[in-house]
Ligand binder design. Structure first.
Ligand code: ADP
Ligand code: 5GP
Length: 202
């Protein structure tokens, strides 16, 4: 297992734009791999099984809980979401960096397990814009959107223990900032010891 892997966790209230930020970064950096979570929620338009989530039944999800297959799992808006242990281990064993999209409770659990992780909170420019984006995306019924919106404030209270905050006002700028965080983290001394070692060998 590589200790040089970057484990980058993105959290944000639903509708802020995490997916819109992650997709171009994953295309740009083949070494950065998305940890595909399991969920019992139905796919949204444009989502692909195995790329965005692994969409499973509640029964299959519960079996995976029993089998200890999740690093962490939680219930959001009536659906179950879980981070796959074998998914993360496979990426790390291959020396890749990992990008996770997880809400703050799950992120907190991940911080316990991976204290070297990089925790990024993405904020919308303001609550009115968050509401517009949630409604623009148009998935789920009115009540689901309302619940997601109400939860935003509770989630934003968790911002204080994150390492970085990125406001997603203009999408291109937000992508650039998360990109900058990733590249800076890759250059951290402790992740570059493999590069330094040959200079010091005699
Ligand atoms: P999340 O993954 O955080 O739930 P999405 O990436 O699905 O959010 O974005 C929610 C909606 O907001 C989508 O319709 C997306 O196109 C739109 N969106 C994302 N970022 C911006 C932005 N900077 N400006 C305007 N609309 C945006
Ligand atoms: P959505 O349904 O909008 O894709 O996701 C809803 C929320 O679930 C988001 O805040 C997202 O970050 C979170 N989420 C997605 N996958 C996981 C996971 O594996 N574990 C946890 N704890 N949250 C997740």
């Amino acid at each position: 297992m590589s200790n040089e892997s970057v484990i980058m966790v993105l959290s944000a209230p639903s509708g802020t734009g995490k997916t819109s930020i992650c997709r171009p970064l994953l295309r740009e950096f083949p070494a950065l791999r998305f940890s595909v979570s399991f969920t019992t929620r139905p796919p949204r338009r444009g989502e692909a099984d195995g790329r965005d989530y692994r969409f499973v039944t509640p029964e299959a999800f519960r079996e995976k809980i029993q089998a200890g297959d999740f690093v962490e799992w939680t219930e959001n808006y009536g659906h179950l979401y879980g981070t796959s242990r074998s998914g993360i281990e496979a990426i790390r064993d291959g020396g890749g960096d990992i990008l996770l999209d997880v809400e703050p409770r799950g992120a907190r659990a991940l911080k316990e397990i991976y204290p070297q992780g990089v925790f990024v909170f993405v904020l919308p420019p303001d609550l009115a814009e968050l509401q517009r984006r949630l409604w623009k995306r148009g998935d789920g019924d009115e009540e689901t959107r309302r619940r997601r919106y109400r939860k935003a404030r509770d989630e934003i209270r968790e911002v204080f223990w994150y390492d970085y905050i990125v406001v997603n006002d203009r999408l291109e700028q937000a992508i650039e900032r998360v990109r900058a965080i990733y590249l800076a983290e890759k250059c951290r001394r402790e992740r570059q010891m493999g590069v330094v070692a040959p200079f010091l060998a005699d």
